[in-house]
Design a protein around this ligand. Structure first.
Ligand code: PGA
Length: 209
């Protein structure tokens, strides 16, 4: 089955024009752009978001709601990323509310978890889970991915238990992506910021030159 590869740009990129993507159809690629860029992704590109409000539309200054994302044709949304849990104090309760908002708009939550206890009870088989230990996230040009055997174990276990797609995230790049084929796909941060680098990952996955 085609892998799902999600480019998570995080809070990066201000110059957008270089991203004129042409992707092969062998891999499903979704771009989790920062909110201001979502509507500038080219036609046909699968749109994802990095976060959503726990609230429905209303007097919540600064919030971006699931209904708004839906109107921008967003299909996936990362939820509970370890960076959001750490820097924005996202609790399980908040994460559950966000998942509810997304499901109301038929946007697929990509629930990010470092371990099983971070996976909310609401998870059902039409959602996606991403396994990413925080210490595997790339730092300042250093990639330090999780041990592939450990990843394969966790992925198989979660796939069996939750019947969802399970992605792996954490320092994925063109050199190491093939070590993680047990996963149904990947969430790629740093290596998705540069188009050539990102394409190398897709080529490695698809066996293209
Ligand atoms: P990284 O980030 O690929 O830069 O490690 C992935 C993520 O945290 O989504």
């Amino acid at each position: 089955m085609a892998k799902l590869v999600v480019a998570n740009w995080k809070a990066n990129l201000t110059e957008f024009s270089i991203f004129n993507f042409q992707f092969s159809m062998k891999t499903t690629v979704a771009i989790a752009a920062p909110f201001p860029f979502i509507n500038r992704l080219q036609e046909g590109m699968i749109r994802a978001a990095q976060d959503v409000s726990r609230f429905k539309n209303g007097a919540y200054t600064g919030e971006v709601t699931a209904e708004m994302l839906k109107s921008l044709k967003v299909q996936y949304c990362l939820i509970g990323h370890s960076e959001r849990r750490k820097y924005f104090n996202e609790t399980k309760e908040i994460i559950e509310e966000k998942i509810k908002r997304l499901l109301e708009e038929e946007i697929i939550p990509i629930v990010c978890a470092q371990n099983e206890t971070e996976i909310p009870k609401q998870v059902r088989d039409d959602m996606v889970i991403m396994y990413e230990p925080a210490e595997a996230i790339s730092t300042e040009n250093n990639f330090h991915p999780e041990d592939p055997e450990k990843v394969a174990k966790v992925v198989d276990n979660w796939k069996n238990k939750f019947k969802t797609k399970v992605l792996y995230g954490g320092s994925v790049n063109a050199e190491n992506v093939k070590n993680y084929l047990a996963a149904d796909g990947f969430v790629v941060g740093r290596a998705s910021l540069n188009l050539e680098e990102f394409e190398e990952i897709l080529k490695a996955l698809e066996g293209r030159e």
